[in-house]
Design a protein around this ligand. Structure first.
Ligand code: BGC
Length: 260
């Protein structure tokens, strides 16, 4: 077959995502058709204190490492509406009211930036490319970490800024009851901790009846130790993309702006 006859694959569509976490700011180039990273991730430590300008400068440094010049997506661990941060449960309170799109875009000479909630980004990626890819129903992704993040997705459409971690469950905020940081602090066993997780899942499933829960966050790497102990009704599966979900979901959000 000559070169002109060969069926060359369509060029991959590339995006760029940055995941801002408590300890690291991680970025990478994403193949938007497969959800795979193209090349390695690059990570810089999250500046301390993690003020908006310091984080924006770190995001810019990560982006420049790749020479990326197009639009990009960035996660933030709280509510973001129309590019403005509204909550800061586990981060510096100076973030509240910050026009985070403007400040990051400003650090990047005006490059177009989409900012979305960290769990929302992970949910978009998991639903399309990860643990939810074969499910057509309503998916709720929960991230268990310092707090509890949540994402609700139906057929690729995200309902942004659900904050199930702050639902009151049995007189206590869900994330104060069942984040993985609570397990660590109280030195609970998986058996003890999953009793609390079950209560949170039951509260959510009674309110919105999802078809599937995806459990994310660092503790989902040990999902075999605790997911089988859950006693709620809806199936729960572990996240599949692990530490790339935030980057991939941020790139997806920027590609097809889901924040407006
Ligand atoms: C925040 C969420 C965030 C989650 C995980 C919660 O405390 O309110 O917006 O997704 O922590 O970072």
């Amino acid at each position: 077959m000559t070169e002109s006859q060969s069926t060359s694959a369509a060029p991959e569509r590339r995006g760029f995502g940055v995941d801002v976490g408590g300890s690291g700011v991680k970025g990478g180039i994403v193949d938007l058709d497969t959800g795979a990273l193209i090349g390695e991730r690059f990570k810089l430590p999250t500046p301390q204190p993690a003020t908006p300008q310091a984080v924006a400068d770190t995001v810019a440094a990560v982006v420049r490492e790749f020479g990326w010049e197009g639009k990009l997506g960035v996660t933030y661990p709280g509510v973001v509406t129309n590019g403005v941060v509204r909550t800061a449960a586990n981060v510096d309170k100076a973030w509240i009211g910050t026009d985070v799109v403007q400040i990051i875009s400003g650090a990047l000479d005006g490059q177009p930036v989409t900012v979305l909630n960290d769990a929302d980004a992970a949910g978009l990626a998991e639903e399309r490319f990860g643990a939810g890819k074969d499910n057509t129903g309503v998916i709720v992704l929960l991230t268990f970490g310092t707090g509890i993040g949540s994402a609700v997705i139906h057929n690729g459409i995200l309902l942004p800024n659900t904050e199930f971690g702050h639902l009151e469950v049995g007189g206590k905020e869900a994330e104060h009851r069942a984040a993985s940081s609570v397990k660590d602090r109280k030195e609970w066993t998986y058996e003890r901790w999953t009793k609390e997780v079950t209560k949170v899942l039951v509260a959510i499933e009674n309110a919105i009846w999802p078809d599937l829960f995806i459990a994310g966050g660092g503790i989902s790497r040990k999902a075999d130790k605790w997911v089988p102990l859950l006693e709620n009704r809806t199936p729960v599966v572990a996240a599949a993309l692990q530490n790339t979900a935030g980057i991939v979901g941020a790139a997806m959000a920027a590609d097809h702006d889901v924040t407006h």
